[in-house]
Design a binder for this molecule. Structure first.
Ligand code: SF4
Length: 503
């Protein structure tokens, strides 16, 4: 049987994690959020965030925008972008990576020094022409920096004038050193040549590790967006270590089983590749190559989605009731951002809210406490809706390659809303079960609750079948799904008349 290993060191770098977390945080507010350019060079992650409400815009749309909130991604922006934002009432959410920011500041400082000292040196950036980060760097020099992509561009430099060389953060160290050598060989004696290796170690430090990883497997699937610069660099390293390396952007590109001689498969990716995407690819490899029952712990491929959800919901409900305390911290046992993680969190939040709803109904409650709890319930409702949208984003990605048949129709609810109902049902079943054995209750009450418990269990079986059927139909193109960002009106200061008339 084939063994599939995901490279633990692959995946988002801290700059990208920070940008995505900023977006997710801002998306919790009802205000529209725009992102100038793709937040990360990975279409699937961009799609996931789009479902949550992130509008990706191009530069010309940005110039027409007024009084909105715009996120600047990790690549950074030139000063002109900030000036335009100020003039047009744009609120900037600045997620520029600190490594890029430091490089921008260093280039700007050197440029100002050159101007002050009337030094006619050439400020050169080794990078990709037109890349967002490079545009941001060139912007620090009033557009005067010269961008070189490789040795073939060196003829554009004047070797009789001083040269100050920087690098885009995601270029390869080997490539940079090659340029440095080539300049040293051509520069006129006595002319100054300064160079700074400004390559980000989040990329450079991954090279030895990824080479080793690639060499340990029979075949490598390298997962990255086609526009990812560091994806190209890292993939080249994989290829050097293992010629059996394949570049893919999504799991659907794997169409055929591997030859039986292949036993060890590696999955790795760029700093812009989400972990969930590598997990999806690993799942696809296991599925397409499964010729015998797979005992892998990856239950999502073997168990129906409703059964997986119900098992995790029961676990979360049981965990909550270990303390039965609405303020106890949540210890989610699943890997961050996996579907299992979201399912666990969903049910745990539902359990907290269930008990808040109980507490607020205490006739003796202090009105101030009741108000505090009411506000907490409102917030919790928003979080629950956000989680449903995240789960729908998972389904959208899962079925993105499913082509709807001409007669495909839409369901009354998206799959994640059915999952939401299943989570509540599991909580109801838990509490109804407690009622059937309550010591201080009458036998009539217990019998009545047993009857209700049977109905709830029947409802759970029906809902589970309906959910799995819906998912199968979407996969087969018999149904299609759409996701609408929920517009809660009561907590929106623009839509709740009490809030907007008292502003
Ligand atoms: S690769 Fe480095 S510089 Fe680029 S976003 Fe990631 S951490 Fe920042």
């Amino acid at each position: 049987m084939i063994e599939v290993e995901i490279d633990k060191a692959s995946g988002f770098c801290f700059g990208v994690v920070n940008a995505i977390q900023s977006a997710e945080r801002e998306l919790l507010s009802p205000d529209a959020l725009y992102c100038l350019g793709d937040i990360v060079h990975n279409n699937l992650e961009v799609e996931r965030l789009k479902v949550l409400g992130l509008h990706t815009i191009k530069y010309d749309e940005f110039t027409r925008l007024r009084n909105k909130k715009v996120l600047l991604r990790a690549h950074g922006e030139p000063p002109l972008t900030y000036r335009l934002a100020k003039a047009n009432g744009i609120t900037i959410i600045d997620a520029t990576c600190p490594v890029v920011l430091r490089l921008q500041q260093e280039i700007h400082k050197r440029f100002l020094e050159m101007k002050t000292k009337r030094d006619n040196a050439q400020l050169v950036i080794y990078g990709k022409q037109g890349h967002a980060e490079v545009n941001g760097l060139v912007g620090q020099t009033e557009g005067q920096a010269i961008v070189i992509e490789g040795p073939e561009d060196l003829d554009r430099l004047d070797f009789n004038r001083n040269i100050i060389l920087f690098s885009q953060t995601t270029k390869s160290v080997d490539g940079f050193l090659h340029i440095v050598d080539a300049i040293k060989q051509r520069i006129t004696e006595g002319v100054r040549f300064e160079f700074s290796d400004t390559i980000c170690r989040q990329v450079a430090n991954r090279l030895p590790g990824i080479k080793l990883f690639a060499s340990r497997h029979d075949i490598i699937y390298f997962v990255a967006g086609e526009k990812s610069s560091n994806g190209k660099v890292l993939f080249e390293e994989c290829l050097k270590a293992n010629p059996n390396s394949i570049f893919i952007s999504h799991a659907g590109e794997i169409e055929h089983p591997l030859p039986s001689t292949i036993k060890h498969v590696g999955v790795c990716g760029a700093t812009s590749t989400p972990k969930w995407l590598m997990e999806r690819v690993a799942m696809r490899i296991r599925d397409i190559n499964a010729s015998e029952p797979d005992n892998s712990p990856d239950k999502t491929t073997r168990t129906s989605f409703s059964a997986l959800s119900a098992a995790i919901f029961k676990q979360a409900t049981a965990d909550y009731h270990k303390t039965d305390n609405v303020d106890a911290p949540i210890h989610n046992p699943y890997t961050f951002k996996t579907i299992e993680y979201y399912l666990y969190l969903k049910n745990y939040i539902d359990a907290i809210q269930w008990h808040l709803e109980d507490i607020i109904r205490n006739p003796a409650i202090n009105p101030n406490d009741a108000l505090t709890i009411k506000r907490r319930i409102d917030k919790s409702n928003q979080e629950r809706t956000d989680l449903v949208e995240l789960i729908d984003a998972y389904f959208l990605n899962l079925y993105k390659n499913a082509t709807p048949q001409p007669n495909a129709d839409i369901n009354t609810e998206s799959p994640a809303w059915a999952v939401d109902r299943l989570s509540i049902l599991i909580l109801k079943i838990y509490h109804m079960n407690c009622e059937t054995t309550r010591n201080d209750a009458t036998p009539e009450h217990q019998t009545n609750c047993q009857h209700r418990l049977a109905i709830l269990n029947e409802q759970k079986a029906d809902l589970s079948t309906a959910l799995d059927t819906l998912l199968n139909d979407i996969a087969a193109g018999k149904k299609y799904m759409k996701v609408y960002k929920q517009m809660k009106m009561y907590n929106d200061p623009e839509l709740n008349p009490i809030l907007y008339t008292t502003k």
